[in-house]
Design a protein around this ligand. Structure first.
Ligand code: FEO
Length: 183
């Protein structure tokens, strides 16, 4: 008896999205290490925490595939992109990654709607909401950097921005209800 409740296409799309989340996690990890080396401790902390969040997203999809009786495929994760050239560039790159990730989420949503797989459609709504939050968060940070001078941001503003990021890091964790143990 076949107990798999996911179609072949949906399984492939979910597995692809799982890898995208893993890639996002590696990217945040890589940028966090870059930020730390540049002396931005608060920003590094924010990015390290976000790397963990992306891993939680990956786990959330993995668990869903298993719950629906589907086949999980853990594949190689593409290498993160090159290090950012500046703080402004770092958040611009992050925004682009998030938009790309949103596209992946929408792909699965559309596919599940086309196939009338309402369980997957419903599951993916969490990710739709999450992407709005993440895009908004990065947009707001980019606005702040822009107001502070963008590429020409002064070192004293950079210092206070970095300290503010410590606080945002805390907010991000509190705003999420997922953990690695319970994604
Ligand atoms: Fe899991 Fe930043 O999207």
């Amino acid at each position: 008896m076949n107990t798999n409740r996911l179609s072949e296409n949906i399984t492939a799309a979910l597995n692809a999205q799982m890898t995208k989340e893993a890639h996002a996690s590696q990217t945040y990890l890589s940028y966090a290490a870059w930020a730390d080396r540049e002396g931005f401790g608060g920003i590094a902390n924010f990015l390290f925490k976000h790397a963990q969040e992306e891993r939680n997203h990956m786990m959330k999809i993995l668990e869903y595939i298993l719950k629906r009786g589907g086949q999980v495929e853990v594949t190689a994760i593409p290498a993160p992109p090159e290090n950012p050239s500046s703080l402004n560039n770092c958040f611009e790159k992050i925004f682009e990654h998030e938009v790309e990730n949103t596209k992946g989420v929408y792909k699965v949503v559309k596919m599940s709607s086309d196939e009338e797989d309402w369980a997957t459609w419903n599951f993916m709504q969490w990710f739709v909401k999450e992407q709005i939050e993440e895009e908004t968060l990065v947009m707001n940070l980019l606005d702040k950097i822009k107001i502070a001078g963008g590429e020409k941001i002064s070192s004293d503003i950079l210092y206070s921005f970095d300290r503010d990021m410590e606080k945002i890091s805390g907010d991000v964790t509190a705003a999420r209800d997922v953990t690695t143990i319970n994604p």
